[in-house]
Design a protein around this ligand. Structure first.
Ligand code: MG
Length: 368
């Protein structure tokens, strides 16, 4: 790795909450990545939805394939900017661990159920999984990851929650920035899902090639693809257009971020933490990204078939939450807990469910 002086450095890590002897073979960020990959929460991503319910078709992205795509994009950006690929990879692979079943619809439903008990937020839940809920180690709770991976996972946080989180919440109160590796994963995430949602939308038949002409950037690139290869069919043209668009976004992000690094004279990781946001798209590509997102919201996320799934998710999550609060013994939770603690345990249990397990449990417990 050709690291720049402002890259995160595992040798200078703020360390793990529980002190451990260093590994002889791996640096601390690689060790974090490996712990994430071997966790149960990571394996469950395979059966969790991004936009389409997991069992609707085998061709669509799941949270697992999404996380792999984010890691691949994030590593490429890291390499180009001279940042630490292993940290970017670890953060990417963990960034969606806290998602509920049934995508965003599941999160909205669980957040409503948890309203009186502090709410539910998938990003905080990702941190909670790696800090507390994974329980494979005898010496500590969670995965005992380095501070740098944990701060990368926590991409946003209210001041109220930040105060409860100790050192990893500090930056939200102090208004400082995380490492560049953490910053770039957020962009890799957006680049990945905007483009793969177009692809999945097209494969599912919910989006057509004609409809996508309403996005000027898509239209412009698709025209170029067609003029380069006049015999190309719609499906190949769609794939080629998506590839080119992603490439343009990634190149723009690297270029714009490098300009900011130079302009702000960033030389150390302390400079990174104290300067404003450094990883960014240019104004032009930011606008293009917004119009793409706007299109996806109207044409895909609010599509009646996707909405039907959303309604179903609300029903399933609400019924499960109600049932398990009434009868926690069904999942071996002691009834003597306070209502608040009980709600937290039930919420953790439901959030950890895969789409399929949530539906099975709903049928078993709520439809008899
Ligand atoms: Mg994501």
């Amino acid at each position: 790795m050709n690291l720049k002086p402002f890259a995160a450095d595992p040798q200078k890590s703020f360390g793990r909450q529980f002190k451990e002897a260093p590994s002889t073979l791996r640096n601390d960020f690689q060790r974090d990545r490996d712990r994430i990959i071997h966790s149960g929460a990571f394996r469950r991503l395979e059966y969790k939805t991004q936009v389409f319910v997991n069992h609707e078709g085998d061709m669509f992205r799941t949270r697992l394939t999404h996380s792999l795509e984010v890691a691949q994009i994030a590593r490429g950006i890291s390499r180009t900017l001279g940042l630490h690929e292993d940290l970017a990879e670890a953060v990417s692979l963990a960034h969606d661990l806290g998602h509920t079943p049934f995508g965003h619809a599941g999160q909205t439903a669980l957040n409503q159920c948890m309203k009186e008990y502090g709410g539910f937020e998938h990003n905080l839940q990702s941190l909670r999984i790696v800090d507390v809920l994974e329980n494979d180690y005898v010496d500590f709770k969670g995965l005992n990851l380095t501070f740098e991976t944990r701060e990368g996972i926590l991409k946003h946080c209210s001041n109220k929650n930040a105060r409860k989180l100790g050192e990893v919440g500090e930056r939200f109160i102090q208004k400082t920035q995380p490492s560049l590796e953490a910053q770039l994963v957020n962009f890799a995430d957006e680049i990945a899902y905007n483009h793969h949602d177009i692809d999945d939308g097209f494969r599912s038949g919910l989006l057509t090639f004609d409809q996508l002409q309403a996005v000027p950037f898509f239209k412009e690139i698709a025209l170029k693809v067609k003029s380069d290869s006049p015999s190309i069919n719609d499906r190949q043209c769609m794939r080629a257009t998506i590839r080119r668009m992603m490439n343009i976004f990634v190149m723009d992000l690297c270029h714009e971020s490098q300009l900011r690094i130079d302009k702000k004279n960033v030389n150390t990781i302390d400079d990174v933490r104290n300067e404003g946001t450094i990883i960014a798209l240019s104004t032009d590509l930011t606008k293009k990204q917004q119009s793409l997102k706007q299109f996806l919201r109207e044409a895909l996320y609010l599509h009646p078939r996707v909405q039907a799934m959303t309604d179903n998710a609300h029903e399933v999550i609400n019924a499960l939450f109600k049932k398990l609060m009434q009868k926690p013994a069904l999942i071996n939770i002691d009834e003597k807990h306070s209502q608040h603690d009980l709600a937290q345990l039930v919420s953790d249990y439901i959030a950890g469910m895969t789409d399929r397990f949530a539906l099975q449990t709903f049928k078993k417990l709520c439809q008899d």
